[in-house]
Design a protein. Structure first.
Lengths: 407, 293
C-alpha cells in the first residue's frame, strides 16, 4: 500500500467498523437494513449516525432479525436500490435462507461480515467460522488485512458486484475485535472521485420488481418431473461462470482503484518475500500483519521463508495460489476456523486443492489459531515457521497444529 | 437478622440459596433493573416451594438472557430469540418440570416474536418472564420493538419514529392463558404476579418493566437509577397526578397486575390425552369405526 495522499482526500482516524460505514456513505448506498450483533454493532450505529447527519442519504431499516434484514435488502435491490448490511456469527447463521438465495437471484448486495466465531460454546469473539461456514453459498468473499483495506474494498465491492459479467453479492470480511475495533489512520477518498470510479449504479437490469416490465421473479422451476431440470442447471452454471469472471473483474477493479487513488491492494493473493523462498506461510485476514513480522524476523536469521496472503477466497484463485506456491518445498496454511469433517482448516483444504495444479508436489500442513478471539502472535508464527521448515526438509507433515491450545 | 431478610415476607428466603456463587460477581451494570427482577423471580420460586431440581430455566441472548446462568437450577442459555422454542421441547418432554423462560424485549418480540405468538396460541405450560427495558442493552443500546416513540437510541439518534408493541395486548390477543405486567419499583407485587404466573396451568406471560440505567437511561437523560425507578411509579399514577406532581414525566397509562386470564386447555395435557385416545382407537379399530358412524 502506498502512502501518497491524494490532494482532495481527507485523513481520519477510525476503526474497521467506522471505515466500512464511511465506505457505505461514499458508495451512495440507498437502502440499509440492520440488526445489531457483537462485534458488528458499532458499524450499524455509525450508519444510523450518518443517516441522521445527512451524510448518507439512505433508508435505514431496524429490522426484527437478520433473516428479515437480508429479505428487506432483496426487495429493495429488486426495486433498484443499492444496498448494504453487515452481520456476523449467529447473525449470519440466522440469515442463511435469504443468504443462499441471493446469488441465484444475481442481486449485487454488499454485506460486511465482521467475522466472529460460531456457537457452541457461547462466544462473542472474533474468528472466521461464520464466513467460512457459508463459503459454498455462491457469494464472493474477500478478506481484509487493514482498516484502510476495509474502507477501500467496501467501495470496490459495489463495482465488482454490479459488473455485468459478475452480478453476484459480495461479502467484505474483516476480523471481529481486531479490525472492527482497532483504530488506524485512514485516508478517506474524495466523493467526486468515488462517484467517477463507481459510475452509474446498475443493480436490477436483469431481474426487477417494476410495474413497467412485469415479471415473475423466481417461480418454481422444473425438476425430475415436469419440464425437467434444464432451467435449474442453467442458473447454476451461470453462477459458476460469473464466479470465474469475477477473478478478472476483481483484478481489474483493484488495478483501477490503484490508478485513481494511488493506493494499491493485492486483488487475489499477495506474495510477500516469496522470491527465492524455500517454504511459505499462507494467511488470511488481519493475522497477516503479525505473520509478516515473523517472516521478516526469520529472514533476518537467514531463513528462506515467504508468505502468501489470500484476499479473495471465493472465487478461490486456484491458479494464482498454485503459481505462487509452485517454487516452494512446503507450505503452512494458517486458518482462523475449522473444517470439521476434514480435521483441518478450510483454507488449508482449498490450498491443497489448488496445489494439485502445481507442476510438482508441495508438502503442506494445517495450523488453526485465533479461535474465539485468541491472539495469533509472532511467537505462534515463529513456531509455525519452524514446523514448516522441518516439513521442507522432509519431516512428516503430521496432523493439524492447534496454535492456541495451551494459551 | 439483617434488614434485608426482615423485608422479605418469608423470613427464611435468602436469595443466595438460589444463586450460583461461583458465577459472582454478576455482569449487570450498577442500578440495572434486571437484578431486581431476578430476585423477585427467585423469591416467587421460594414461596411456591419449587424444588430446584425440578426447575429448568431457559434464556435467550441479551442482558436478560445472561440471568439464567446465575440461577442454581438446570439452566440453558440458548440462541437469540429462541428460548420459548427450546422451552417448548423441554416442557413437552418433561411435563414434571417447572420450565421458566427469561427473555428481553428484543429477544422475545423482535427476533423471537414468532415463537411468542405460537406459544400463546398453543398454551403449553411455561412461564415466560419478559424483561422490558425498551432497548438492546447488551449490544450498546439499539432500538427495540418496545422503544417508546421519540426515544433516543444508538440506531435512532434523532428519536425513534416507529410505533412500539404493547406486549401484553399481543400475548392476550394470541390466546395466552395468563398475561400480567408489573414494574421493578413494586417488588412484592412483582413477586406475587410471578407466583400467579408460575401457578397458572397454561402459558403465562409476565412482562416486567425494568430499567436499562447505563445505556437507555443515559442516552435519554433520565437521571440516576433511583430516579428511573421513581419514574415508573409516576407512570402508574392517575393522570391527574402526572399533570401536576410528576411533571415532566411523560404519561404512559401503564396498566399492571393480571391483565388477562383464561382456562383454555393446556397443550401438553391435551396432547397426551389425544395421544392416548388415538392409541386406544388404533388398538381397537372396530370400536373406532363404530364411533365414527
Ligand atoms: S446494559 Fe442496560 S440492561 Fe444491560 S446490564 Fe447494563 S443497565 Fe442493565
Amino acid at each position: 500500500m502506498s502512502a501518497v495522499l491524494k490532494p482532495k482526500s481527507k485523513l481520519i482516524v477510525c476503526d474497521g467498523n467506522e471505515a466500512a460505514a464511511w465506505a457505505v456513505a461514499a458508495a451512495r448506498v440507498e437502502m440499509v437494513a440492520v440488526y445489531p450483533i457483537t462485534p458488528q454493532s458499532s458499524l450499524v450505529e455509525y450508519l444510523a449516525k450518518f443517516v441522521a447527519d445527512g451524510r448518507l442519504a439512505a433508508e435505514l431499516v431496524d429490522a426484527e432479525g437478520e433473516h428479515s434484514v437480508l429479505s428487506v435488502l432483496q426487495g429493495a435491490c429488486l426495486a433498484g436500490a443499492r444496498t448494504y448490511t453487515a452481520s456476523c456469527g449467529p447473525g449470519v447463521a440466522f440469515m442463511f435462507e435469504p443468504y443462499v438465495r441471493t446469488p441465484g437471484l444475481r442481486l449485487p448486495i454488499v454485506m460486511g461480515i465482521v467475522t466472529r466465531d460460531l456457537l457452541t460454546p457461547q462466544s462473542v469473539w472474533g474468528g472466521q467460522q461464520d464466513a467460512m461456514s457459508v463459503r459454498e453459498a455462491g457469494w464472493i468473499q474477500v478478506y481484509c488485512e487493514s482498516v484502510q483495506e476495509v474502507l477501500d474494498t467496501t467501495i470496490m465491492a459495489y463495482k465488482i458486484a454490479e459488473h455485468r459479467d459478475v452480478m453476484l453479492p459480495v461479502n467484505v470480511c474483516h476480523d471481529g475485535n481486531y479490525l472492527s475495533f482497532g483504530a488506524a489512520r485512514v485516508e478517506l477518498p474524495d466523493q467526486a472521485e468515488v462517484d467517477a470510479f463507481l459510475g452509474e449504479k446498475d443493480v436490477n437490469w436483469h431481474v426487477a420488481l417494476d410495474p413497467r416490465r412485469p415479471m415473475a421473479v423466481d417461480p418454481l422451476t422444473g425438476g425430475a418431473v415436469g419440464s425437467g431440470p434444464a432451467t435449474f442447471v442453467r442458473y447454476r452454471k451461470g453462477e459458476c461462470s460469473a464466479m470465474q469472471n469475477a477473478l478478472s473483474v476483481i483484478t481489474e477493479v483493484h488495478e483501477e482503484w490503484g490508478r485513481r487513488f494511488g493506493r494499491t491492494h493485492a486483488p487475489l493473493v499477495e506474495r510477500y518475500r516469496m522470491q527465492d523462498a524455500d517454504y511459505a506461510l499462507v494467511t488470511i485476514g488481519s493475522m497477516t500483519g503479525a505473520a509478516k513480522d515473523a517472516v521478516d524476523a526469520a529472514r533476518e536469521r537467514g531463513e528462506k521463508v515467504g508468505l502468501l496472503k489470500v484476499k479473495t477466497y471465493r472465487p478461490f484463485p486456484v491458479q494464482a495460489v498454485a503459481a505462487a506456491l509452485a517454487q516452494v518445498k512446503a507450505a503452512g496454511v494458517v486458518d482462523r476456523s475449522v473444517s470439521f469433517g476434514w480435521n483441518c482448516g478450510p483454507l488449508f483444504q482449498d490450498v491443497i486443492g489448488a496445489l494439485y495444479h502445481a507442476p510438482r508436489r508441495v508438502a503442506a500442513m494445517s495450523f488453526i489459531g485465533g479461535l474465539a478471539g485468541a491472539d495469533i502472535t509472532t511467537g505462534h508464527f515463529d513456531e509455525a515457521i519452524r514446523r514448516v521448515a522441518e516439513l521442507a526438509q522432509g519431516a512428516a507433515a503430521g496432523g493439524t497444529v492447534w496454535l492456541n491450545e495451551k494459551d | 437478622m439483617s434488614a434485608t431478610t426482615m423485608l422479605d415476607s418469608a423470613a427464611e428466603f435468602d436469595v443466595r440459596d438460589y444463586l450460583r456463587a461461583e458465577m459472582m460477581p454478576h455482569f449487570l451494570c450498577p442500578g440495572c433493573g434486571h437484578g431486581i427482577a431476578l430476585r423477585a423471580l427467585l423469591w416467587a420460586v421460594h414461596e411456591l416451594a419449587i424444588d430446584k431440581d425440578r426447575l429448568a430455566v431457559v434464556s435467550g441472548i441479551g442482558c436478560a438472557g445472561r440471568l439464567s446462568a446465575y440461577i442454581d437450577a438446570s439452566t440453558f442459555h440458548v440462541t437469540h430469540g429462541r428460548p420459548i422454542a427450546y422451552a417448548t421441547g423441554l416442557a413437552l418432554a418433561r411435563p414434571d418440570l417447572h420450565v421458566i423462560v427469561i427473555t428481553g424485549d428484543g429477544d422475545c418480540l423482535a427476533i423471537g416474536g414468532n415463537h411468542l405468538i405460537h406459544a400463546c396460541r398453543r398454551n403449553l405450560k411455561l412461564t415466560c418472564l419478559m424483561l422490558n427495558n425498551e432497548v438492546y442493552g447488551m449490544t450498546g443500546g439499539q432500538v427495540s420493538p418496545t422503544t417508546s416513540e421519540t426515544r433516543v437510541t444508538s440506531t435512532t439518534p434523532l428519536g425513534n419514529s416507529e410505533p412500539h408493541f404493547n406486549a401484553c395486548a399481543l400475548a392476550a390477543a394470541a390466546g395466552a392463558g395468563f398475561v400480567g405486567r408489573e414494574v421493578t419499583h413494586h417488588v412484592p407485587k412483582l413477586k406475587e404476579l410471578i407466583k400467579a404466573g408460575l401457578a397458572h396451568p397454561g402459558f403465562a406471560f409476565v412482562e416486567v418493566m425494568t430499567d436499562c440505567t447505563e445505556i437507555f437511561g443515559r442516552k435519554n437523560e433520565m437521571g440516576s437509577s433511583a430516579e428511573m425507578v421513581l419514574r415508573q411509579k409516576s407512570e402508574l399514577r392517575p393522570s391527574a397526578y402526572r399533570d401536576t406532581v410528576d411533571m415532566p414525566f411523560a404519561a404512559k397509562d401503564l396498566p399492571t397486575g393480571i391483565l388477562a386470564r383464561n382456562d383454555r386447555p393446556e397443550y401438553g395435557e391435551a396432547y397426551r390425552r389425544a395421544a392416548v385416545a388415538i392409541k386406544s382407537a388404533a388398538d381397537n379399530p372396530a370400536a373406532g369405526r363404530k364411533s365414527r358412524q
